[in-house]
Design a protein around this ligand. Structure first.
Ligand code: GLC
Length: 721
């Protein structure tokens, strides 16, 4: 890293230059961009001055070694002090090699592979000139109506924290300054963006601070512990104040209590959105509040450049607030070595060799095979048998729309579709393909063709789901069933009497009650990425035995939302021995439990869990208690199993969840093989936030659970003394 005196550089900057450094603009504002600088749409109305462009601190969304180097080269000519730009983009689950969406990745429970996928995403992004990725998104979620559940790893704070750390390690590596194949990570969206009322994106978040600490902050905290260089503020309110203007959330919790010293960036337009939120009268007040809250970079609005200088000159704002923000940005640029080499890892030749390499695609394939979740497999219809005549039907039978949201650099045309994946593995004569319907529309002819295609088949694979525009940002849905056109197609195919294997391509847990009973098997494929069709074909043909386990509950219906495993017991638990017939916490028209719970997923083999033991029935604060169990593969195929370990704090100062995931181990077992799996319990794993936010454990009774899902468990009890 060049030995540069950042304080000296800061002191050379004019106030106007400093304030522009706090602004991030999208690519079209920069000469040399592929969009030939054509400024269109809402951005055109922004009226950005040339001086702002020449002094801005960072660019959003540029990519490609050629483009980023051209923009940087021009900028260094324009910028008086030669301060290099930071290039930031959303590399959420892959750059051009697209990996399964994070909600799918979470179902792999494979932390090393998650880290590897982030490492590859960083490698492809860095060689293409990107310095920072707006990832990982670590928001805890409990509402599948929210389209962005696809971007996170699910409903559990512990598992989300583990995946958060793994992704930070993958993106940043251990030496960000010298390892030019890595990028800085910007963890998002701080905080609690995953809990909007009604599952409606950008909507109000209402929860106690204690609930936020207990459930929603751990995954951010773990990202910071892993060294995340940046944090992005969320669009939503936190306790009545928008995160982006929330001084308590940002200065007291994020900076002071969590110790974050890196760069805090707003989400797109979130500074200016303080006005519609109703906490800022105009852009001047929005700038004032965001800067007071400690937002270092304003993304894609110009409240700072239009109002901060004036407020400082009038004595309304301390210039020190601007200085501290600029200094953090300069520190990040220096840490990335940009003062020494403003082009960092950008390299056109290496880019051609690195991006979408076979090695990268193979890792995407491997992660996809581990992210698929087998939800149902009646009479072992799966894996497919040799020489079966197969009809592959549905809008996703031969669709490249399997990359999911935030795959803007990925190519749907390069994605291996399910049809192509299958044809790579079987004789073409044994596969008949018909679309049967569009994603949200069907015709009599389409359906007739599909029914005809099933006529000579022994088995039907129905490839159904959501198109990628039906989830992701601003992709909230009140009805989380499959589209009517697909349900209609399903019913026509059902009438053929052939066994049906439903394969789902979707970005959220769906209401599957219309197809659940009528499907002989259901495979949740999510958006499996560039190699998705190959991975699913290998699972269907049994070349791969599925091992995925859900990390987000599937409700019976929208009416049941939110439904999640780590819930409280209530004063009238429905399944209590003395529960009243009616006056219990229940629905008149639905079970309380989800259709498929957290941690659930089948295999082509079966496993037994026996002989759960504990090293002692009590532990002191300094002790380690060990639990063990014998897991046996009771089937005929080799299989992987995610053995899950949960704890219940039976009596707390506040109500405590019935179960909390504390550990897990993924093991592989040959047919007939038994392995003893052990879990250690330490006192720190029993701590929780008390009503006064003190984080500590209580003495008393605890239950320990070990099992194949949050519902299928064996249990023992112990005392914390
Ligand atoms: C979007 C998203 C955020 C993303 C940013 C930049 O609005 O909320 O996740 O990183 O804008 O694209």
């Amino acid at each position: 890293m060049k030995d540069i005196d950042l304080t000296q550089l800061l002191n050379k900057m004019t106030l106007e230059e400093k304030v522009a450094q706090l602004t991030q603009l999208a690519t079209p504002f920069f000469k040399g961009s592929n969009d030939n600088g054509e400024i269109t749409g809402p951005m055109k109305e922004m009226g950005i001055s040339q001086s702002t462009i020449e002094n801005t601190g960072s660019v959003l969304g540029a990519s490609g070694a050629l483009q980023t180097k051209a923009i940087q080269e021009q900028h260094l000519k324009d910028n008086r002090l030669g301060i290099p730009l930071l290039f930031m983009s959303d590399i959420v689950h892959g750059y051009e090699t697209i990996f399964p969406i994070p909600l799918a990745m979470g179902c792999s429970w494979d932390l090393p592979l998650a880290e590897k996928s982030a490492e590859i995403a960083a490698k492809e992004a860095a060689v293409s000139g990107i310095h920072v990725t707006f990832a990982p998104m670590v928001d805890l979620v409990r509402d599948p109506r929210w389209g962005r559940v696809l971007e996170t790893t699910g409903e559990d704070p512990y598992l989300n924290s583990e995946f958060s750390k793994a992704q930070i390690r993958g993106f940043q590596g251990s030496d960000l300054t010298n390892d030019l194949s890595r990028v800085a990570a910007c963890v998002k969206h701080f905080a609690a963006y995953g809990a909007p009322e009604g599952g409606r994106d950008y909507n109000t978040v209402n929860m106690s601070e204690r609930e936020m600490y207990e459930q929603y902050l751990p995954s951010y905290r773990s990202a910071l512990e892993a060294g995340a260089e940046m944090v992005m503020s969320a669009f939503n309110t936190v306790d009545g104040i928008p995160a982006t203007g929330n001084k308590h959330l940002m200065r007291n919790i994020l900076r002071k209590e969590m110790g974050f010293e890196g760069v805090l960036i707003s989400d797109w337009g979130a500074v200016k959105e303080l006005i519609p939120h109703g906490v800022a009268e105009d852009e001047a007040e929005a700038a004032f509040k965001a800067l007071q809250a400690g937002i270092d970079i304003e993304m894609m609005t110009t409240c700072y450049v239009d109002h901060v200088k004036d407020q400082i000159e009038k004595g309304m704002l301390e210039e020190s607030l601007v200085d501290e923000a600029v200094f953090r940005i300069l520190q990040l640029k220096n840490k990335l070595g940009l003062f020494e080499n403003p082009y960092r890892g950008a390299d056109e030749q290496l880019e051609k060799e690195t991006v979408m390499s076979d090695a990268h695609r193979n890792v995407s394939y491997e992660l996809a095979t581990k992210s698929v979740v087998l939800l149902k497999n009646q009479h072992h219809v799966l894996p497919l048998k040799q020489n079966q005549k197969i009809a592959l039907i549905g809008p996703f039978a031969d669709s490249g729309d399997i990359l999911g949201a935030w795959s803007w650099k990925g190519s749907k045309a390069d994605a291996v579709t399910l049809k192509n994946g299958m044809l790579q593995r079987i004789d073409h004569s044994s596969l008949t393909v018909a679309k049967g319907s569009q994603v949200e529309a069907s015709s009599i002819d389409d359906i007739a063709e599909a029914v005809e295609a099933c006529k000579d088949a022994d088995i039907v694979i129905l490839a159904l789901g959501e198109d990628s525009e039906m989830s992701g940002e601003a992709g909230s849905r009140t009805n989380i069933k499959l589209p009517e056109a697909q349900l209609n197609l399903f019913s026509h195919i059902k009438k053929t009497g052939k066994p049906i294997i439903t394969v789902l391509f979707n970005g959220r847990p769906l209401d599957l009650t219309d197809i659940h009973d009528q499907s002989d098997a259901i495979l949740e494929a999510w958006y499996p990425g560039t190699e998705g069709g190959a991975a699913i074909a290998d699972v269907l043909f049994g070349n791969i035995n599925p091992s995925g386990k859900l990390t987000m509950s599937f409700p019976y219906s929208s009416g049941q939302i939110p439904v999640y495993y780590n819930h409280f017991n209530t004063g009238r638990p429905k399944d209590a021995p003395d529960a009243q017939e009616r006056y219990a916490s229940q629905y008149l028209d639905s079970p309380n439990k989800p259709l498929y719970p957290f941690g659930y997923g089948l295999s082509y083999t079966t496993f037994s869990y026996e002989n759960m033991k504990q090293s002692s029935e009590a532990m002191g604060a300094e002790d380690t208690l060990t639990f063990s169990i014998e897991v046996t593969n009771t089937g005929e195929l080799v299989g992987d199993e995610v053995v899950q370990f949960y704890i219940q704090d039976v009596t707390g100062e506040v109500v405590r969840p019935l179960k909390e995931l504390k550990d897990f181990k993924k093991i592989s077992l040959n047919p007939g093989e038994t392995k003893e799996v052990q879990f250690n319990v330490r006192e720190e794993q029993l701590r929780y936030y008390h009503s006064d936010l003190r984080y500590m454990s209580d003495k008393g009774k605890f239950n320990a659970f070990i099992g194949s899902s949050s519902e299928e468990v064996l249990s023992l009890s112990f005392q914390l003394l």
